[in-house]
Design a protein around this ligand. Structure first.
Ligand SMILES: [Zn+2]
Length: 458
């Protein structure tokens, strides 16, 4: 079976997982809407991440910071001055392209050993003209010079002079953790090392084509910032590389589809940085970033806000600005990786093929589907449904043959189907059918909640 991105996109569109954003208006580039099934899957992914990196993690505290922040935050973080992409326009077809991508694609195709990330704009410019690199859209080689375009979405506050009131949609969630370092430390009385975690939306005005939900202009980040002593930075960096990978493995991702990639180019303040890449149908792409960021973040905020970010160790009396080790993953990228990983087309004994999502039951949208064998059994089925709904998201389906109804649930990854038949009316037992093995067992209605609860723990 060939697992293509097209197949995943089609399944998502047809089964209520992900739709094109503003679709009735022809869509809007790189925006996507999660449907009834998709929103459950994404919420479950966020819950699993939160459980692992907040609930079960030592000394970690969650926050939910505002998307709109004081613009000084983005001066301190360096985003105002340097968060931009090098762009060129094709003079022939007017398409706008990222110069670094143009260079990188050409170099890869012709086996030239260059890293665009390490090149200056002038070097990229020279490379493009020297090799007469062609526009990927129209084949001409006639570009404007490279210009830097800011990646932050700007808006203005209030109704007065807009330049005085310029604010930004946050391009990353991390600054919410940094600016709340003192608040969290004071109110939790946490001792370093401790972590602050957040899940939230971020926005980037990127022109790069998206590969479905892989790269979008609006996305959700799941981030954990560990505040530690400088001398512990390397140790925690290694620890979080392991923790991040283990989380992905526990979600059911094949270890052969994961690899570490150390960054060639480090930000000037970063001590080390790596990505965990996932083998998407379109190739290896970054999924989870781990960064040892030194004391840059808190030092910058101390400088720009005038508030001391010093932490004093009560035992040694040492005072210092803590270092940050960041663990960051996109909820949308992870959802896409999980969907790609779970997707399967299976040949069955009767010659039919079934499409099935082998999702971890904790991630599945619906934990159980209730299916009356015949419509005349719907009253009993609804009774069972009502008792299960208090505990889980449940699906209900009484249309079509039982085989077709199983297939519909397989396609969205529902781990259990409960069938109500005529015996149910006699002895209050039901058949529970497993998605992956397709095995069926008979079970008492009163045992259903326990049975399912045990199977869906992450
Ligand atoms: Zn062109």
């Amino acid at each position: 079976m060939e697992k293509t991105l097209d197949k995943i996109v089609n399944l998502c569109k047809n089964r209520g997982i992900i739709f094109a954003g503003s679709e009735i208006y022809g869509g809007m580039g790189n925006t996507w809407d999660y449907g009834p099934v998709g929103v459950e899957i994404k919420n479950n992914i966020k819950r699993a991440w939160w459980k692992r990196f907040v609930q079960e993690n030592d000394n970690t505290f969650g926050i939910d910071a505002a998307i709109l922040m004081n613009p000084r935050v983005w001066e301190a973080s360096g985003h105002v001055s340097s968060f931009s992409d090098p762009l060129i326009d094709c003079k022939a077809c007017k398409k706008r392209l990222r110069a670094d991508n143009v260079v990188e694609d050409y170099a890869k195709k012709h086996n030239i050993d260059v890293v665009a990330d390490l090149m200056t704009n002038e070097q990229m410019q020279d490379f493009i003209s020297e090799h007469k690199v062609k526009c990927p859209y129209c084949g001409n080689s006639d570009f404007t010079s490279i210009r830097q375009f800011g990646l932050m979405f700007e808006t203005s506050r209030g109704v007065t002079d807009e330049n005085q009131n310029k604010i930004y949609l946050r391009p990353e969630t991390a600054q919410g953790e940094f600016v709340n370092f003192l608040n969290v430390q004071r109110t939790t009385r946490a001792k370093v090392p401790f972590g602050i975690a957040q899940i939230g939306k971020a926005f980037r005005n990127e022109i790069t084509p998206g590969n479905f939900t892989f790269r979008t202009i609006e996305f959700e980040q799941m981030e954990h910032q560990l505040f530690c002593k400088a001398s512990d930075g390397a140790k925690f960096y290694e620890l979080y590389k392991q923790k991040a990978r283990q989380f992905l493995l526990d979600l059911g991702i094949n270890p052969e589809h994961l690899r570490y990639h150390d960054h060639d180019k480090l930000a000037h303040y970063a001590l080390s940085a790596c990505d965990i890449e996932y083998l998407y149908p379109m190739g290896w792409k970054e999924l989870n970033g781990i960064h040892n960021r030194s004391d840059f973040d808190l030092s910058q905020h101390q400088k720009f806000s005038g508030k001391s970010m010093m932490y004093t160790d009560q035992i040694t009396n040492e005072s210092y600005i803590p270092n940050v080790v960041e663990n960051s993953i996109g909820a949308d990228r992870l959802a896409l990786a999980i969907l790609c990983e779970a997707y399967d087309e299976e040949e069955l004994a009767d010659g039919e093929t079934r499409t099935v999502l082998h999702l971890h039951p904790a991630i599945s949208a619906y934990k159980v589907a209730v299916l009356p064998l015949q419509k005349s059994l719907s009253e009993k089925a609804n009774e069972v449904l009502a008792s299960l709904k208090k505990y889980f998201m449940c699906a209900y389906d009484e249309a079509g043959s039982i085989g077709k109804r199983y297939r519909r649930q397989d396609e969205i990854g529902t781990p259990f189907c409960v069938t109500i038949d005529f015996d149910t009316l006699e002895d209050d037992t039901v058949t529970i059918r497993m998605r992956d093995s397709m095995e069926q067992i008979r079970i008492k209605i009163s045992d259903l909640v326990d049975y399912i609860n045990k199977a869906i723990v992450f």
